[in-house]
Design a protein around this ligand. Structure first.
Ligand SMILES: Nc1ncnc2c1ncn2[C@@H]1O[C@H](COP(=O)(O)OP(=O)(O)OP(=O)(O)O)[C@@H](O)[C@H]1O
Length: 433
């Protein structure tokens, strides 16, 4: 009888393992709710006290003292008391817990310990936020949701583009009305051009003028020429286009002044000029000088013109989206000044810590560390900032070149003409000075 029972138990275990594996592969959400969540929740509850003590998240209770005649009688030795944590609540991607802070504690200490919590609970990542004074929300994601990102949806809005999916499963949206200018950093083959193609695909159907500056000879943005109101493929052309845009910006300024309004969005529909999005692929090409006098002068002109557009453009419907492999201060002081104006940041995998620091360091140090941990296999994965000042890992939808070209081709007829740009690229050399 014994061997039969043993064989039966073995068969049952093997069957459970096979079924468990099948469920994990084909129904990861069910697997998470049935097996992953109970195991992780137990781990959280059982390790909480130890983790808090080891990471200085617990406070020590004063031992009770008493007087016995003239003698002070000490009680028990110092006892660390862990902050109270709620029972882990499951969601589709992981679990959340609320922690009630002890008096004197701040969320910053918990943020520093996020890595230790990740390892202790064997999850992909733990994010620490503070939704309310005195409370900390720990959000643990079980596996990397960006490995197999689903499709997100977002309402269609003018100057808003659905780029991809964020780590929490929400839509990754670049809304230029909320954040007017963006910096996209990333090493070669990290996903910058794919992201720009996605942005162009999303903006192409909208009544928006797209202007391209691609000093890599127009290799990337040249694919969308039909839908671009202008395309500069070298620095001389970039100076011409940027100069024309600054002239257009000044005209918009005087239109607003005459109408007594502070932005083009307050102008009546009939008078409102079309919004312009300037896309720059490889910013370094505009700033690096070949040492010649003309080269230096052009680089300085580009720097000044871009800065003017960034400083004054937001209210006048002029938006900048600037991409580059390196955005270090070695490109000149103009880059640092420009960066300060580019409120939206997207940082893909980078080759040097300086670029991650430049892209995200002035906003959030934790985001810099996360951006540096993006691997070469994680193409299209980036750390992006949100309109609320927070940040998240995200992945762009993979938009193939054919798809992007086909979409833009469908909207060529709606490409707005910008009067100041017409002829700017054909003007004889020297007219832009
Ligand atoms: N979101 C994504 N998901 C999956 N693969 C992606 C994604 N984004 C980009 N890739 C892949 O990564 C590769 C490089 O992408 P891309 O050309 O956009 O990089 P890049 O940063 O612009 O490089 P370079 O600076 O050399 O132009 C492409 O083959 C593309 O298919």
């Amino acid at each position: 009888m014994g061997p039969v029972v043993f064989a039966f138990v073995l068969a049952a275990v093997a069957w459970l393992l096979v079924v468990g594996d099948l469920v994990r592969r084909h129904r990861p959400t069910w697997h998470w709710y049935l097996i992953g969540y109970p195991a992780t929740a137990c781990r959280v509850v059982l390790t909480w006290r130890k983790v808090t003590v080891l990471n200085d998240l617990a406070v020590s209770r004063r031992p009770p003292r008493g007087l016995l005649g003239d003698l002070v009688v000490k009680g028990d030795p110092l006892r660390p008391v862990a902050p109270r944590i709620s029972f882990p609540r499951a969601n589709r991607l992981g679990l959340t817990m609320t922690v009630r802070l002890h008096a004197g504690q701040t969320p910053a200490t918990f943020m520093k310990s996020a890595d230790a919590l990740t390892h202790a609970w064997k999850v992909h990542a733990v994010r620490v936020t503070s939704p309310e004074r005195g409370l900390v929300l720990l959000t643990a994601t079980a596996t990397d949701p960006l490995q197999r990102p689903g499709l997100a949806t977002a309402p269609a809005e003018l100057l808003s583009a659905l780029i991809g999916v964020m780590e929490n499963g929400g839509a990754w949206v670049m809304n230029l009305r909320l954040v007017p200018h963006w910096l996209i950093a990333g090493a070669t083959r990290s996903g910058k051009s794919t992201l720009l193609a996605r942005l162009i695909t999303e903006l192409a159907p909208q009544p928006v003028a797209l202007v391209g500056i691609d000093c890599k000879g127009g290799m990337e943005l040249g694919l969308f020429t039909g839908r671009l109101s202008a395309l500069a493929t070298c620095r001389r052309e970039a100076v011409a286009v940027l100069t024309a845009l600054v002239v257009d910006m000044q005209e918009r300024m005087s239109a607003c002044r005459s109408a007594g309004v502070r932005s083009i969005w307050e102008l009546p529909d009939k008078l409102r000029p079309v919004p312009v999005v300037v896309l720059v692929d490889e910013i370094a090409e505009l700033y690096l000088s070949d040492g010649t006098r003309e080269g230096k002068a052009e680089a300085e002109q580009c720097s000044t013109l871009l800065l003017r557009l960034a400083q004054l453009g937001a209210a006048l419907g002029m938006h900048l989206v600037v991409a580059g492999q390196r955005v270090g201060s070695d490109l000149g002081t103009g880059v640092t000044a420009l960066r300060a104006q580019l409120g939206g940041r997207i940082c893909h995998r980078v080759n040097d810590p300086g670029t991650a620091e430049m892209a995200l360091g002035d906003l959030n140090k934790d985001a810099v560390v996360v951006a540096q941990s993006i691997t070469a296999e994680e193409r299209g994965v980036a750390v992006c900032t949100g309109p609320d000042g927070g940040w998240s890992r995200a992945r762009s939808h993979l938009t193939s070149t054919e798809e992007a070209v086909a979409t833009t081709a469908r909207h060529v007829a709606t490409t707005p003409e910008l009067p100041t740009l017409t002829g700017a690229l054909n003007a004889p050399e020297g007219d832009t000075e």
